[in-house]
Design a protein around this ligand. Structure first.
Ligand code: LIP
Length: 273
């Protein structure tokens, strides 16, 4: 049947606000931590609780929709991406930040239909930043329209890069090499610890580009639409078409800047989602 996008957005928004209250409260308290793919890849009971609020609420409202959730996948569920309406959820992006009470963390919810992004909600409940986007309708921060910076020059760019949660020597070498290559050529570099928020900050013109190897579909699914609707660019780290499952992202204010960054990057290919 036909899908009422506004109803999807409204339902998800309600749930995200409820989940946000939980995160805002839990970040002040002692966290119950477990590790996943590495000793620094963390999950807390709050990640699990938020994912449950979102999936329970959305599957109740939309029984035929599919889900890809970070913690469900870590718990052994398959990451299956089809043309069906699929909610892609990162209950807490920036879990390491959350664990340390560093208030740069968010809930990320994206709805993809026919492998295209339709609805995006990214919420940092600690700093009260609500990023939203619907396909074709622009991107917003707390209800105000946002746009990417329009920067085209590398030398005057502020670039986000991340160290990630893999301690694989080849991966770490890629990270360090890319910092070393870019740092002397740009205005500044930042590693704030959240893929989703890095992308949303590029969307709001709070930075000019961001790249990372090793992220997952749930880190980019919502922010992808926020960036595009803000007039920014999301591509693969080599500069080609972005592939949600390929675990690599390059996001920039302009195509010109994306190409300049892509050309300089040492590439790395993690195992696909
Ligand atoms: C995090 C990403 C971040 C990356 C971390 C981790 P999580 O997501 O947003 O960019 O560097 O390693 O993957 O695990 O907090 O949802």
């Amino acid at each position: 049947g036909s899908i009422n996008i506004q109803e999807c957005f409204d339902t998800a928004m309600q749930l995200v606000k409820t989940a946000g209250d939980l995160v805002r409260d839990a970040i002040k308290k002692k966290k119950n931590i477990e590790t996943k793919s590495s000793a620094v890849d963390l999950v807390t009971e709050s990640d699990k609780a938020v994912e449950k609020i979102m999936i329970d609420g959305l599957s109740n409202a939309f029984p035929d929709h599919k889900f890809i959730g970070e913690e469900s996948v870590s718990a052994g569920e398959k990451c299956v991406f089809t043309d069906d309406p699929t909610w892609i959820i990162d209950p807490i992006d920036g879990t390491m930040n959350f664990v340390h009470s560093f208030p740069h963390t968010c809930i990320s919810v994206g709805l993809w239909i026919n492998k295209d992004a339709e609805v995006a909600i990214v919420y940092n409940p600690v700093l009260n930043q609500m990023f939203t986007a619907l396909k074709g309708k622009g991107a917003f921060l707390n209800g105000e329209k946002i746009s990417a910076s329009g920067e085209t020059d590398l030398s005057t760019s502020l670039i986000f890069a991340e160290v990630g949660s893999s301690r694989d020597p080849e991966k770490m070498n890629t990270v360090i090499t890319n910092f070393t290559t870019l740092l002397p050529r740009v205005h500044g570099m930042r590693a704030m610890g959240s893929c989703t928020l890095n992308m949303c900050y590029v969307a709001m013109g709070g930075g000019d580009a961001y790249f990372e190897f090793g992220i997952h579909a749930w880190d980019t699914a919502a922010a992808y639409l926020v960036v595009k609707e803000a007039g920014g660019i999301v591509v693969d780290t080599e500069g080609g078409t972005f592939d949600l499952m390929r675990r690599r992202v390059l996001c920039a204010s302009t195509q010109e800047l994306a190409e300049k960054v892509a050309k300089l990057l040492k590439q790395y290919q993690p195992e696909r989602d």
